[in-house]
Design a protein around this ligand. Sequence first.
Ligand code: M6R
Length: 605
Amino acid sequence: MCGIIGYTGNREAGSILADALELLEYRGYDSAGIALSKKDGVQVIKCAGRVKELRKRMQEAKTDAVCGMGHTRWATHGGVSDVNAHPHRFGAVTVIHNGIIENYQELTEKYGLNGKLVSQTDSEVVAAMLSHYYQNDPYAAIRKTVLKLKGTFALAVMFDDIPGKIFAIRNVSPIVAAKIDGGAVFSSDVAALSAYTDRYFVLPEFHIACFGKEGIELYDLSGEAAEPEYMTVDWDTSRSDKGGYPFFMEKEIMEQPAVIRETIQTYLKDGVPDFSEGQIPDSVFRECKRICVIACGTAMHAGLVGKSLIQSMIGIHVDVVMASEFMYNDPVVDPDTLVLAISQSGETIDTLEALKFAKKCGATCISVVNVKGSSIAVNSKYVIYTCAGPEIAVASTKAYTTQLAVLYLLTARMAMARNLWDGARLEGYISELVRVPMVVEEVLERKDEIHHLAGSMLGAKDVFMIGRGLDYSILLEGSLKLKEVSYIHSEAYASGELKHGTIALITRETPVLAVVTQEKLKSKELSNIKEVQSRGAKVILLIKGEDLPKEDYSFEQIFKLPRMEDEFMVIPTSVVLQLLAYYVSADKGLDVDKPRNLAKVVTVE
Ligand code: M6R
C-alpha cells in the first residue's frame, strides 16, 4: 500500500508532488508528506490526514525546490500520527517507504537504535541504517542497507549533501519511472506519471536508480549500468480524472460499457476468442486437467463466476482459492494444473506469493491483470490484460466486469481448444457476449430507478442478499461492495443454506435483496424468498425480465433486469448491485472513493 512520487526537473516540485499524491491517495490516505531537496539540505513537511491537510501545511512553509519526493500512507507499523507520517529523517538521510520491513525489530537491536528513533514505523529503521552506512557513496550505503532488509520495499532516498538527486530501489513493491524534459519522475503507479509522459519503465528489483536533472542512471547491485526497458501507456489518461462525476466510483461504473467492449474486442479475432498475441498456445487450454483460480476480494469473486462457467460448459474441475489462504492449505497444484491469477492492480502481495508458490509446484500460470508490467504480470508465464484503464476508486467495479469478460472469452477458447462446441454454439455464445456492453448501457440508463431502490437500504443496519448458483456468486460481490462503501453490515447467502442457521437473523427490520436470473433455479429461489417473507423480511427483488412470480409475494421493490441468456445475466446484474452500493454510500454522505481503513492496492500480507 502507500503511494510514492518523485520529481526532478525545472518546475516547482511542491505542487507537482501534492497533485500526484492526491491521485495516489487511493493507495492509502492515513497521512501524507513531502521532502524537498534544497541547496542547504532537505525540507520535510508531513502530517496525519489527507493531502488536503498537507497542502495547508505547505502553504505555511516556503516550498520553492525543483526536486522532491512525496508519500501517502496506509498505516501498518505505528498508528496514524504526524510523527509516523513519511518522509522519515535520520542524520543526513531522508527516506520514504512503501512495503513492510519484517525484521525491523531485529535491526533496531543490531544497530543500537533503541531510544534513537522518533517514530513507531519500520521505515525509520531504514533511514537510520542508510545514515549508518553513508560515507559519501550513496550506492554503497543503499546496497549495504537493502541486503540486510527482509520484507518488501519501494524506497526513495535523499542525502542532504547530494542536492537535486533522489535514489530509489525496490523489492516486490512497485516503482515505475520515466525520463522527462529536464529531469525525471517516478511513482508507485503509472497514473501519477501520465501528466508528464506516456513512456515509462518498471524499475527492476534490486536495481538502484538515481533521478536528477540529467535524467536517470540505473545500476544493478554489483554496480553494472543497466538499461531501462521502456513501455508505452495505452490508457486514455483522461480516465484518471473524475470527468465531471462527483466520485471516481460513479465514473468507473459508467465507463463499463466502453471498457467491457474494448476488452472483448481486443481478444476477438475473426469473431472468435484468440489469445495468440499473448502467445498462449491452445495446448494450455487443451491439456490442463484442473484449474485453480487464485485471487483476493473482488477479483476472487470474478473467479467464482469463472468456475461456474468453466465447470458447466467445459467440464473441468475448478477451485477458487483466496490467495491469502492458498499456501497454507496444501493446495493440490502440479504440472497438470492451470493456475489463473486474477488481479486488477497486479500487485496484491497475497496473489503474487500464491502465484510464485504455484509456479514452484510446476503449474502453468496465466494472469488476468489490469496494470501493464505489474509484478503479477511479470511473474506469470502468460498474461491477459483487461482493458479497464486506471481504476481509482477503492471499490473495484470496471476491473471486475472486464475480468468477467476475459473469463467468458477464456471459457469459449477452452471449448474451441477441446473441440467441445460446434460452430453454431460458439457463434451464439459470442454474439450474446458482444451484446453485454449494450445491455449494461440499458441498465445504466435506468440509474434513477436503481437510486430509488437504494432508498430501501439507506437506514438499514444489516442487509442480507440471497440467491443460488451464479446469482449467489454475484451477490458475494454485491455484498462486498455494499459493506465496503456504505459501512452497512451485509452478507450474501446461498438461499438454500439460509434455513440451516442464518434465517434466525431475519427480522422485519432486515432488508433482503434477492436475485433471480437463472431459469433452472428460479422455482427454488422463489420458495426461499417465501421463507424469509414469512418471517417478516422486506424483500427487494432483482429478477430477469418479466418473469415475475404469479403468486402474491408483495415485494418491497422490484427491478426487472434486461433479458440475456442465463449465463450472461451476471454482468448486467452486477452493475445494478454496484450502483446500489454507490447510491447508499453517496446518500449517506460518505467518502465513496476512499472508504475508511482501506487502500486500493494491498501490498502487505
Ligand atoms: O488489485 P487486486 O484485484 O488484486 O485487488 C484485490 C482486492 O484487494 C480488491 O478486489 C478489493 O477487494 C476491492 N477493494 C473490492 O472492491
